[in-house]
Design a protein around this ligand. Structure first.
Ligand code: ADP
Length: 234
């Protein structure tokens, strides 16, 4: 099977004035479609930088990265933006739901944004929404606004929002960082189940070694490098 993500000797150096900060040094890995991969490592090891590059928010300084065979280096800024919109979804530590919209409104607007610039703009996939609602236990919560929902519920809505567009990749940055242990366990389990049921590729940054184990594989980073790759229990 062709990898959905292929990183080859990826490097990133931040420059501010004369100062150069190497954030990634020759990072290579491949992710298969439907895989769930955790990324762990101490603060400053380059995890966020890797996500920024994958999300098209910044460019690598050297090496190559491709999604579904499309090399980022060949894209213009505008093409990278389109790629991000169509192929990547994010789940954030702070949920980032729009406060004035209901949970359903948040999911609908994500679907609309993902469709910008698509000739075949898809209406919201109702059967996928039903499936996600069941997997994530949010069927009764869709008419509520974020401030009427618990943190765990908000993050489950954010997972539905990320997956409703059937993106190539979901990038989850510390998705349980703002939750207590009980909610954190539940959200992780549901994220894992949804990924498996929908064959959804997920990359998850986490500081929690136990949470990381839910993945198929765990990439360990340090000082801008992958030190080793371990099989998870997922
Ligand atoms: P992590 O997510 O693992 O904490 P980061 O990718 O945020 O690691 O950071 C990797 C390195 O790059 C760190 O040394 C950090 O200080 C540096 N860095 C991150 N963003 C910037 C930036 N915008 N400008 C300069 N240096 C940065």
């Amino acid at each position: 099977m062709a990898p959905i993500i292929l990183a080859q000797e990826l490097g990133k150096t931040y420059r501010s004035g004369k100062l150069e900060v190497p954030a990634l040094r020759s990072v290579s890995f491949a992710v298969e479609p439907g895989e769930f991969v955790s990324i762990v490592g101490p603060s400053g090891s380059g995890k966020s930088t890797l996500f920024y590059i994958l999300g098209g928010l910044t460019q690598a300084t050297s090496g190559h990265i491709s999604i579904e065979g499309v090399d980022f280096a060949r894209l213009t800024d505008a093409e990278r933006t389109t790629m991000r919109r169509h192929k990547i979804s994010f789940i954030f530590q702070r949920f980032n739901l729009l406060p004035t919209l209901s949970a359903m409104g948040n999911i609908e607007i994500a679907n609309e944004i993902a469709n910008i610039g698509r000739p075949d703009a898809a209406a919201l996939d109702r059967s996928l929404l039903d499936h996600l609602s069941e997997l994530l236990g949010i069927a009764g919560r869709l008419e509520h606004r974020p401030n009427e929902l618990s943190g765990g519920e908000q993050q489950r809505i954010a997972i539905a929002r990320a997956m409703i567009t059937r993106p190539a990749i979901v990038l989850a940055d510390e998705p349980t960082g703002n939750l207590d242990t009980k909610n954190s366990d539940a959200v992780l389990r549901m994220l894992r189940t949804s990924s498996r049921e929908l064959n959804q590729t997920v990359l998850m940054i986490t500081h929690n070694p136990e949470a990381a184990q839910i993945a198929d594989r765990i990439l360990h980073m340090r000082d801008g490098e992958i030190t080793h790759i371990e099989n998870g229990k997922g």
